[in-house]
Design a protein around this ligand. Structure first.
Ligand code: ADP
Ligand code: ADP
Length: 222
């Protein structure tokens, strides 16, 4: 469903990622792990269409990603900048659904369902500044869930919360994503996290980032 072909990006003369080839299947949870500065954010931003890569291609369901922006949602590390402070949690989650052509009532219903799923049904009327960091990141996750993208991109989504919240959010993502069969590409510098969350772990080398490992995680059941 996602195919990266010789994906390359340079900032001026500096090459950040170098000929990355990767195929992600429907329903896979892929973690991309690598040292700081190896080009993980560059990779994610290229996939999201936020930067135009200097070389190669990103195909989402067989089409160039630029032509299918509606199939993607992104959860960033910095939740404090990803929610609109003047909108309630409910309105924040519902807002992107305007692009799906849903009316206010349908948006509110879908947003409420997603907030309930992440355990924030009771906080729907609250504003971002009334919520803890972990709760704000749950709202961001709910917004991505409500949008029902075919691919969910996550950029160090648990990087700015404390260790306990981090574990809760990791479990939340695992549970809701398995439930919806979502395809996820999550980038992290934390190897433990990548193995815990991912079905598959793709390892990038230090700069310029290139794929040096691609492992299937097969943990025994409880
Ligand atoms: P990571 O997410 O793995 O830490 P990044 O993709 O953020 O890596 O960055 C890869 C390399 O590209 C780093 O050396 C970084 O300094 C450089 N870089 C990132 N963004 C820019 C930019 N806008 N202009 C110039 N260099 C950049
Ligand atoms: P339109 O009729 O153009 O679709 P809406 O009446 O849906 O607009 O929304 C008007 C404004 O209210 C928008 O700027 C939107 O950001 C905001 N808004 C939308 N949904 C909610 C909500 N559930 N709660 C609070 N504000 C909302």
């Amino acid at each position: 469903m996602l195919e990266l072909v010789d994906l390359t990006h340079s900032y001026g003369a500096y090459r950040a990622i170098d000929r990355i080839n990767l195929t992600v299947k429907q329903g896979e949870v892929v973690c991309v792990v690598g040292p700081s500065g190896c080009g993980k954010s560059t990779l994610l931003r290229s996939i999201a269409g936020l930067i135009k890569p200097s070389g190669g291609a990103v195909l989402l369901e067989g089409r160039p990603v630029e032509s299918t922006p509606d199939n993607l949602a992104v959860v960033f590390q910095d939740y404090s900048r990803s929610l609109y402070p003047w909108l309630s949690a409910l309105a924040n989650v519902g807002l992107p659904l305007r692009r799906r052509g849903l009316d206010r009532k349908a948006r509110d219903e879908a947003a409420m369902a997603a907030l309930t799923e992440v355990g924030l049904g009771a906080a729907a009327a609250k504003f971002p500044w009334e919520l803890s960091g972990g709760m704000q990141q749950r709202v961001s996750i709910a917004r991505a869930l409500a949008y029902r993208p075919s691919l969910l991109l996550m950029d160090e989504p648990f990087g700015s919360v404390d260790a306990q919240t981090r574990e809760e959010l990791e479990d939340l993502v695992l549970r809701v994503c398995a439930h919806h069969g979502m395809t996820i590409l999550l980038i992290t510098h934390d190897v433990d996290e990548s193995v815990y969350v991912g079905d598959r772990v793709v390892v990038l080398s230090k700069a310029p980032g290139t794929v040096v490992g691609d492992l299937t995680v097969d943990l025994p059941g409880p």
